[in-house]
Design a protein around this ligand. Structure first.
Ligand SMILES: Nc1ncnc2c1ncn2[C@@H]1O[C@H](COP(=O)(O)OP(=O)(O)OP(=O)(O)O)[C@@H](O)[C@H]1O
Length: 234
């Protein structure tokens, strides 16, 4: 069997003296959608930060395409095709929608082709292409953030809480956007909305107290299973 795209092996991460990840082991295969679920504060965002080398693991390894990337610069990880859509979305509010997409296309790549890809995948954005991104709704901003991740030619997109703070109808639109993105790239999602996470993902990992405590195929579980609920309810 070929190696997974991403592998975390017994990863330990700290903020100062606080031991946050206490041995996280997980893998993501190319083409998959994988969801990281768990309560607030258990280490999901820290797992994404550790993959990106924004927080460097003190023990354990992060491998991408079989290469140990632990301790590399974050820009080196990005250069290898790992993209990040953080919780706060980080779009440029003073730029138009189209400008936001254009600047996300890597230098040396065809900018117009990137814009076409973004607007074909997210027709809603095309309608708003000339608006300042800061004037978009929360859901549209999330869609723009996903579009930017997509045109960034990433082979792996790390998406942190894409549904957070969005109304249910908007969440449906963002789910559609992520499904469209998943056609183009591999996704690792942090998502507190369990039904959404299970709906989007092929596999899940449950994080609790800095460790993976359960994992499997989303086809084998439902959002009201006690197996998952006990790690997710407060
Ligand atoms: N920069 C930081 N310095 C110190 N502690 C931090 C820092 N960032 C996060 N933490 C702590 O690390 C723990 C894990 O946070 P993390 O953000 O990874 O959790 P999470 O599972 O993503 O939850 P949430 O959805 O609330 O972000 C929490 O206890 C949090 O308070």
């Amino acid at each position: 069997m070929s190696r997974p795209l991403l592998e975390l092996d017994d990863v330990h991460s700290y903020y100062g003296d606080s031991h946050i990840l206490e041995g996280v082991t997980l893998d993501v295969e190319e083409g998959e959608v994988v969801a990281l679920v768990g309560r607030n504060g258990v280490g999901k965002t820290t797992t994404l930060r550790t993959i990106l080398q924004l927080t460097v693991a003190r023990e354990g390894t992060v491998r991408y395409r079989g290469e140990d990337i632990t301790g590399l610069g974050t820009h080196d990880v990005a250069d290898r095709g790992v993209g990040w859509i953080p919780e706060d979305r980080r779009i440029f509010s003073q730029l138009t929608v189209e400008e936001n997409v254009r600047v996300a296309v890597p230098s040396g790549s065809d900018v117009d082709a990137g814009v076409d890809l973004a607007f074909e995948t997210f027709p809603d954005l095309r309608e708003h292409r000339s608006r300042d991104a800061g004037n978009l709704s929360g859901g549209q901003q999330q869609m723009l953030a996903i579009a930017r991740g997509l045109v960034g030619e990433n082979d792996l997109l790390l998406v942190d809480e894409p549904s957070e703070g969005l109304a249910p109808l908007v969440v449906d639109a963002v789910a559609d956007a992520l499904t469209a993105a998943a056609e183009e790239t591999t996704l690792l999602l942090v998502e507190q909305n369990l039904p959404l996470a299970l709906d989007l993902a092929d596999r899940f990992f449950v994080v609790d107290h800095g460790q993976v405590v359960d994992s499997g195929s989303t086809a084998d579980v439902s959002a009201d299973d006690e197996r998952l609920r006990r790690y997710l309810s407060a």
